[in-house]
Design a protein around this ligand. Structure first.
Ligand code: NAI
Length: 242
């Protein structure tokens, strides 16, 4: 279904990003997997995609918060793959704390990675989409960006910002055949949510369980192929955000 397409997945070395990379590879897409540090894990994901699905896959190390580094990354990926058709902005971090005591650097870093990182990627990859007159951008937001969450004002603000970014980019690019959507996961079992199983919020999930990375990958696979959907925010949260 995605044979001949190249997808870039940020934060693809583990968790949701790795599941998304595997899913897109299973649909035939070639893959550029971006991670912040320790390229071994991203390289492992790439090796798995190559072996299991016969696609091309390459790992890249880059801090998505760094505007100039992302510019260089885009040029490298273009040199290696020729072009890009799908961009999944999945890289994200948490630096939780109450608003009254949150350190300035924790607020800034979460905004830089989770929000500006997506902007940097879109800013430097979109030239390729425009030349192709096709492109698909999927931003991994969070249900926290829709509802807010005590102790996560930085994260919620960044993820809500990502929704504004998604809708603005969708409007700017729609006439050029480029779509931009967001996925808003709820509680998904990954490294990021380790130890959260006892969080009282988990007990209030209508479907009664935390999600799996594959639940989010399902949503990304849908948006990657849903040619008439743009500017949408797809909750994958067991109903907690309804
Ligand atoms: P994770 O912590 O397991 O993985 C995060 C990935 O992002 C890693 O590959 C890491 O290398 C990469 N990364 C972090 N900072 C980076 C940077 N500056 N530049 C490049 N890559 C960077 O997290 P998880 O759970 O897989 O989350 C993935 C995305 O989904 C994040 O954006 C997160 O906010 C979002 N999300 C996760 C939820 C969950 O319950 N796990 C719920 C809602 C949203």
């Amino acid at each position: 279904m995605l044979k001949g397409k190249t997808a870039v997945v940020t934060g693809g070395s583990r968790g949701l990003g790795a599941a998304i990379a595997y899913r897109l590879a299973s649909m035939g897409a070639d893959l550029a997997v971006v991670c912040r540090s320790g390229p071994e894990a991203a390289e492992q994901v790439c090796a798995g995609c190559r072996e299991k699905y016969g696609v091309s896959a390459k790992a890249y190390q880059c801090d998505v918060a760094d505007f100039e580094a992302v510019k260089k990354l885009a040029a490298l990926i273009k040199a290696d793959f020729g072009t890009v058709h799908i961009l999944v902005n999945n890289a994200g971090i948490t630096r939780d704390g109450l608003v009254l005591t949150m350190k300035e650097e924790d607020f800034d870093r979460v905004m830089e990675v989770n929000l500006k990182g997506a902007f940097n990627m879109i800013r430097h990859m979109s030239g390729m989409f425009l030349r192709n007159r096709e492109g698909c951008i999927i931003n991994i937001s969070s249900v926290t960006g829709l509802m807010g969450n005590a102790g996560q004002c930085n994260y919620a603000a960044a993820k809500a910002g990502l929704i504004g970014l998604t809708k603005s980019v969708a409007r700017e690019f729609a006439s050029r055949g480029i779509r931009c959507n967001a996925v808003a996961p709820g509680f998904i079992a990954t490294d990021m949510t380790k130890g959260q199983e006892e969080n009282p919020l988990v007990g209030s999930i209508p479907l009664g369980r935390m999600g799996e990375a594959s639940d989010v990958a399902d949503a990304v696979a849908y948006l990657a192929t849903a040619g008439y959907v743009t500017g949408e925010v797809l909750r994958v949260d067991g109903g907690i955000g309804m």
